[in-house]
Write a new protein. Structure first.
Length: 146
């Protein structure tokens, strides 16, 4: 029996507290990794999403759907990353839709960060089996649904 069960604390409260604790640990570690890169975790997520896309170019709307950010933030981040020479915007066949793609400098930055970030993630999940990770991910996806 867990301490929470002994104290008759609702499991929802315990779960929320554990989720927040895990988030804080991951947040601090991830921010430490990004401290000297010149970009934020959200900017990296945007850039990596572009790199991993089929055509390596996505519209702002597609980036909003595939990342952890809202559209106004995506627009601002794209402008900041473009100013830093990490992404560029280009018009496709439909000039109303602007596509965002990585510059060579942006692709190099993503590649440089990916390995240490992956190693950090490995260390965070080292106590979980692959099956537990799949189950955990499925539960998180359920929680993230509106």
């Amino acid at each position: 029996m867990s301490e929470a069960q002994k104290m008759d604390i609702p499991i929802e409260n315990v779960t929320s507290k554990n989720l927040k604790r895990a988030y804080n640990i991951m947040h601090v570690g991830t921010n430490r990794l990004f401290k000297n890169t010149g970009i934020t975790v959200a900017q990296f997520d945007l850039m990596e999403t572009i790199l991993l896309s089929k055509d390596q170019a996505l519209s702002v709307q597609e980036l909003t759907e595939k990342t952890i950010c809202l559209q106004p933030n995506i627009t601002r981040m794209v402008a900041e990353l473009e100013g830093a020479g990490l992404v560029m915007r280009k018009s496709g066949a439909d000039r109303r839709i602007v596509m965002v793609q990585l510059t060579p400098k942006g692709a190099e930055m993503v590649a440089t960060i990916q390995k240490p970030l992956f190693e950090f993630h490995l260390s965070q999940y080292k106590n979980l089996t692959i099956e537990e990770l799949h189950l955990f991910n499925a539960m998180l996806e359920k929680l993230a649904q509106p």
